[in-house]
Design a protein around this ligand. Sequence first.
Ligand SMILES: [Zn+2]
Length: 420
Amino acid sequence: MDSGINELFEGVTTTRGDSKIVLPPSSFAEAQIAFMESDRLRQDLEGLASASLSDKTPSFPAIRRAAEMHGKNLYKVLEEKIRRDHEGSLHLLEGDPVISEGFSGGGIFYIGVKRRGDERKERHRQVTLMLDDVGNIVEFACQCPTYLKNIAKSNYGKMLGASPSAGDGTRGPQLRGRASNGWSDLSGFPVFSVGVACYHVAVALTHTAKKGRFSVPFKIGTGEAIETLLMDKLGKKKEATIDDYLLTQGAITEETRQRISDGEMTLEVIKHMKNIDGRVQEIIRRIRERRQQDGYSFGGFATDFRGTKYKTTAIVLTRPDGRSAHLVHDYKLGIGLPLVMLKVPPSVWVGNLGKEPVTIEMPENPLQSFGRYVTCFDERTQREVVAIITRPEREILKPAEIAAYDRLLPRQPTLPQLPR
Ligand SMILES: [Zn+2]
């Protein structure tokens, strides 16, 4: 059974206060397809398909699989699948997805995006986009069901039946088209108001970028974009899988990578929790409270161990000095109990804490470095960090929980104490 933290999207994230804007590369790859002329798309797909058949190690496994299965009918099959997903329509393949554009001053754009489905059923989508003077996104909104559903999903506390931790308790779930703030989930984490860029928002942003008013944070090759189209339409892969593929292929531009590593943005996961039992929720709550005493606060969710079979989504607590504590809970690691991974930027490790540099790298199986300091790449901040994976402190656990940890992991008297 699926259990643990289930990722829905992963993307470049800007956090302001308790609201987040997330740009998943999967949305931008589909927008890129929408801007292509169908003849060009067909030619490129057929070229990539025949090349991948003669490749020993195909760069595009979904294209290769589809070429093997469907041969010369591949484009036709793709059209059928797109019709199946979009009310019998092929608008996605027609090029020119933007049908109107307005600007009201104050950095607000209104961009009409053609629906991928039958236009007789519902009108085109009106995307509202607010940018600041230098082209940073202040806010966006789309009225499509996907956009609204993603908000509901990312508002995982509501899904778990949590109640507002602040406010009057009567606010509806939508606030200017965004999830309302002031909620907390069962482990007591605050719930951010999250805007995830859907396909329409990605089209509007790509269009705005073509006019030089915005810079798309991704550079996605045509081959990669077509690969993701097949992953979606033929392979039925979920968005988070497509995001992971694109991020692994290096879809983030150098400029954006720099902004992430400068701390302006992060790479975060939008997720919901599935089948997490009450005992685990309770341990996570106590770990969070303990870390809060050390100056950490909830920062969102991020990918750890990318590119390995242990890839997982962690709950992230951050400190203003750049240290973070990732709460890892995933049966893939072979342990059904939450673990703590402390991460320290080298500048803090050597500079503020006066420690010797660490040179041992984290092994493929992260638990092989359990209890030892190693170096690893932090996906969320796109930086090398010093990291250690440990159990929660004994003093926050009940005797039965300590016994459960003891059965699974080496005994460990306490979390290594680092100066504050
Ligand atoms: Zn939308």
